[in-house]
Design a protein around this ligand. Structure first.
Ligand code: G3H
Ligand code: ZN
Length: 330
């Protein structure tokens, strides 16, 4: 079917207390894997599962705007799964304009690096531009950092080799108080939404962009306080790194501190309705590709490797989709 407006996907999910996965796609195999995962989970659960596919300005530079958007449109047209196409982390008005021209059905304008009033001013401009075309806007207040803001590449490689609980301890120590200051303040969130009239709000509640495994607990109390002030779908960023469930915490030996929770808690209690996952998808593809190469060194046919990588992405996306729509995993 044609692309669906993300409002039509997220508002019912918000009312029903479930979440929808928003997965970043950078190539054909990833687009296919996301849609096939949603098709398979729909069959397994005997009910339709929606999905949001995201293209960032970086992905649009990599593939070209028209090809990146075109792949998603064509793949959506060939499935019964409802698919929305979201522009992820636009920081310039020109990027939003281009996305609207290309038929994106959802836009994130990220002014979170700007002073609050400047973020409001530009977001409001984007809201007016997008709403005049019926396209909803996600905006961001508070700052979701990336792991590279705190650690060098070689430190990250070391963290990845550690048992999860040790990595969490080191990350907690390094990020410390400065990280707390980036979290979304509930009163600021309420003010921001009132002034901008954005449709969905991305909030900072303990996640960090670009993590390699789901190990970080979230600040659940902070999130609940935001939810009480903002009666709109909230968006989780940096979700690859968020500890998925209590069970995952036990398996990984990670202790939650007071007021902390998991991704499942964020859905059930914190109003998180859209969950952005990029790094986990990218890692699944890379690992699948390497694995296929190792199993068949010297393979000349790209498709043999790409097929395996695509399968790994599909299995990863299925894990998330099941958790988001049915609270199932592990
Ligand atoms: O906007 C995209 C997401 O926030 C993805 O974050 O790469 O840490 O999963 P992630
Ligand atoms: Zn993000």
């Amino acid at each position: 079917m044609p692309l669906v407006n993300s409002r039509d996907i997220l508002l019912p999910a918000f009312r029903e207390g479930r979440a929808v996965g928003a997965f970043n796609a950078n190539n054909m195999e990833i687009v296919q894997a996301i849609i096939w995962a949603a098709e398979e989970v729909s069959r397994e659960l005997s009910r339709p599962v929606d999905v949001i596919i995201q293209v960032s300005p970086g992905a649009a530079r990599y593939a070209g705007w028209s090809l990146a958007a075109g792949m998603v449109k064509i793949a959506a047209a060939e499935t019964d799964v409802r698919v929305a196409l979201n522009l992820d982390h636009a920081t310039e008005i020109e990027q939003v304009k281009r996305a609207l021209e290309e038929g994106f059905t959802s836009v994130l304008f990220d002014g979170s690096s700007l002073p609050l009033e400047e973020n409001i001013r530009l977001t409001r401009q984007v809201v007016e531009m997008c709403h005049s075309k019926g396209v909803p806007v996600e905006a961001e207040v508070g700052k979701i950092p990336k792991i590279e803001d705190y650690f060098t590449k070689s430190e990250i490689a070391h963290l990845r080799s550690l048992p999860p609980a040790d990595a969490v301890k080191i990350i907690r120590e390094r990020t410390g108080k400065s990280f707390e200051n980036l979290l979304t303040k509930p009163d600021e969130a309420e003010y921001f939404v009132r002034k901008t009239e954005c449709d969905f709000l991305a909030v900072s509640f303990g996640s960090i962009h670009g993590m390699w495994d789901d190990i970080l607990p979230i600040k659940l109390n902070q999130l609940i306080a935001i939810k009480e002030r903002v009666r709109k779908p909230l968006v989780s960023h940096g979700s690859s790194g968020i500890l998925m469930t209590q069970k995952a915490a036990e398996i990984k030996g990670i202790t939650l501190l007071e007021g902390e929770g998991t991704l499942l808690d964020a859905i059930k209690l914190g109003g998180i309705t859209k969950i952005n996952v990029a790094t986990a998808v990218s890692i699944a593809f890379i690992n699948g590709f390497i694995e296929a190469w190792r199993n068949n060194p010297g393979e000349k046919d790209f498709r043999k490797l790409g097929e395996h990588a695509r399968n790994r992405v599909k299995e990863k996306v299925k894990e998330y989709v099941k958790l988001f729509s049915a609270g199932e995993i592990y």
